[in-house]
Design a protein around this ligand. Structure first.
Ligand code: F6P
Length: 347
């Protein structure tokens, strides 16, 4: 294999929202490609923007040292969607055409795209245009179809859980209802996992429609039951009870106060969930994904995404992943178990 792969040029880019573990994945791809296969690594700047503007740099093995634990992405990222924006790039040439031209001019044999749903869709469309593409799923939201888990998710759940843990003591001291809003886009994975890990009393996710009167009733029962404080964990994607209001947590806080008379406070955790060093589990997962992607390139297994299924690394065709979302099923085992223990999902 070494002889066949020697000198092949592997482009790598990171696109969409950043998350902890991206650098570990870049390192996993790069070190395996360079050390095991004698390939060369080319880092593309700022996601697909770098392919459109031909902004790249060669990366040596030593460039990959010391990045395992770094948050963010050493390559930079952007939300550029070359197939969506009808706008033309330089010289009025369409962006996908520019990307193809630059891929050739950079002498690439393959392009590794590390990203979430939007990135993997673009990766699929580029593979349809004839580029050799391999996808690596990353996002704190854990909503990529075709894989059990994305890296970034575990770190985000750790951060969110610590935040919920910290809310318990202040909620208890003041006998308040604490509402915490977590990221996740249209999926409730972060809220579900950290809500369970942090002992949330109410967990609201976009996949399960809630009724605010049921939440109010539940919280009042807790008060009658000698539990004068409660933690309400809310995914950012739930329906906002007050139209055009800033955040779901803020409006829910207002509504719960109106319905129960209980004192409420809200916290929107925001980008803290995405920043900083990856958890050990994310470092391992990102490294496994990266190494597997390099192996796929060596085997010329293109047009696919690395995935984890039952703790085994597999590959899934990008055509199957593209355009789909992995959401929490309302009958998810964790949801049922939490309900059986008295956790309220707003129903
Ligand atoms: O996809 C990751 C994510 O952090 C979502 O949870 C959130 O909805 C979105 O990105 C925020 O996007 P932006 O970085 O564009 O503000």
């Amino acid at each position: 294999m070494g002889k066949i792969t020697m000198g092949q040029r592997i482009g790598i880019l990171t696109a969409g929202g950043d998350c902890p573990g991206i650098n570990a994945a870049i390192r996993g791809v790069g070190k395996t490609a360079i050390v095991k296969y004698g390939m060369k690594l080319v880092g593309i700047s700022d996601g697909f923007t770098g392919m459109i503007n031909k902004e790249y740099r060669d990366l040596t093995e030593s460039d990959l040292s010391g990045i395992l634990t770094l948050g963010g992405t050493i390559l930079g990222t952007s939300r550029e969607k070359p197939f969506k924006s009808s706008g033309k790039g330089k010289n009025e040439i369409s962006k996908p055409v520019l990307i193809k031209e630059h891929y050739e001019q950079m002498g690439l044999d393959c392009l590794v795209c590390i990203g979430g749903n939007g990135t993997l869709k673009t990766a699929y469309l580029l593979s349809q245009e004839g580029l050799n593409v391999v996808g690596i799923p990353k996002t704190i939201d854990n909503d990529v179809w075709g894989t059990d888990v994305t890296f970034g998710f575990d770190s985000a759940v750790n951060i969110a859980t610590e935040a919920i843990d910290r809310l318990h003591s202040t909620a208890n001291s003041h006998k308040r209802i604490m509402i915490i809003e977590l990221m996740g886009h249209n999926a409730g994975w972060i809220a579900l996992y950290s809500g369970i890990a942090g002992g949330g009393d109410v967990i609201l996710i976009p996949e399960i429609q809630y009724n605010e009167n049921k939440i109010a009733e539940y919280l009042m029962h807790r008060v009658e039951d000698n539990k004068p404080y409660s933690i309400v964990v809310v995914a950012e994607g739930i329906k906002n009870p007050i139209k055009d209001s800033c955040s779901a947590a803020q409006s829910l806080s207002k509504r719960i106060n109106e319905l129960t008379g209980l004192e409420t406070r809200e916290t929107v955790l925001g980008y803290l969930q995405r920043g900083g060093t990856p958890s050990p589990m994310d470092r391992v997962l990102a490294t496994r994904y990266g190494a597997a992607a390099a192996d796929m390139i060596a085997q010329r297994d293109f047009g696919k995404m690395v995935a984890l299924k039952d703790n085994k690394i597999e590959s899934v065709p990008l055509s199957e992943v593209s355009g789909k979302l992995k959401l929490v099923e309302p009958n998810n085992r964790l949801v049922i178990q939490a309900q059986n223990m008295g956790t309220n999902f707003g129903t």
